[in-house]
Design a protein around this ligand. Structure first.
Ligand code: SF4
Length: 259
């Protein structure tokens, strides 16, 4: 049975310092938001994406525990380069929203220090969780796995609706958002899936750009190491022409696209 998402996994208390579970930290991230970023890979994810690059972040019980105070001490060591490069702090995963209180508190403390905050998420969360965390987020990178409902469920093990509602919520509060879409030949590349997503996003005025991420198998070795069956082992990366076709579909709806 798939893990269900916990919305209040770690609650703050006055006597116990707030902690969260993380997989790892990276101090020079270049692809997880603007500038050079301090990236926190949180532990735990309710999705089971067939192409997951970090399957070792999925189980919440794994990873290591860290207090918000200890994490903030690490983050503040890199404050000057973050400021100099227009960077900041990104929480990714795993799924940062699964540890709502920890994630919110890290973002809140960063903003207090004037550090730019980015949430990298699948958006699979209740709106109350989203609102609680997003109030302290400068930029959301929302990965919409698929627009077609059956494709979404097959690819991730969960329905698409929470992610789509999350996108609509971000638009309703005009939160700056980058959409991410992984192009997987034979899975997410159908015209109906791509066009449906472009149509869904087109009216949203908060979206700065759509990033098309061509599928690759960089995480495959981790699946093998963990004894999991990597179903996409025979799936190729998309060709330049396939990527271009998808780019053109999004551009047709006046969306700015990055590859
Ligand atoms: S949402 Fe991200 S971390 Fe979670 S299973 Fe999918 S790719 Fe992996």
């Amino acid at each position: 049975m798939r893990a269900r998402m916990a919305t209040n996994v770690l609650a703050p208390s006055e006597s116990t310092p707030l902690t969260g579970r993380i997989h790892s930290l990276e101090s020079g991230g270049m692809v997880d938001g603007p500038g050079i970023r301090f990236v926190v890979f949180t532990q735990g994810c309710p999705l089971r994406c067939l192409y997951c690059h970090n399957p070792d972040t999925q189980a919440l019980r794994d990873g290591r525990e860290i207090s918000v105070d200890a994490l903030m001490s690490e983050i503040t060591k890199y404050r000057s380069y973050m400021k100099f490069t227009g960077g900041g702090v990104t929480l990714t995963g795993g799924e940062p929203l699964i540890q709502r209180d920890f994630t919110r508190e890290v973002f809140r403390r960063c903003q207090e220090l004037g550090i730019h905050t980015t949430l990298d998420t699948s958006g699979f969360a209740h709106q109350s969780v989203a609102a609680d965390v997003v109030q302290h987020v400068d930029l959301v990178m929302l990965c919409i796995k698929a627009f077609d409902p059956d494709t979404h469920t097959r690819l991730t093990g969960v329905p698409r609706e929470p992610s789509l509602r999350f996108a609509e919520y971000l638009n309703s509060i005009n939160k700056k958002t980058w959409i991410r879409f992984v192009l997987v030949p034979g899975v997410t590349d159908s015209a109906a899936n791509v066009e449906g997503l472009a149509q869904f996003l087109a009216p949203m005025t908060n979206i700065e750009k759509v990033e098309i991420l061509p599928f690759h198998k960089m995480g495959e070795y981790k699946w093998e190491r963990m004894g999991f069956n990597y179903e996409l082992k025979d799936t190729p990366s998309p060709s330049v022409a396939q990527v271009q076709e998808v780019v053109e579909t999004f551009r047709k709806y006046n969306l700015t696209v990055d590859v």
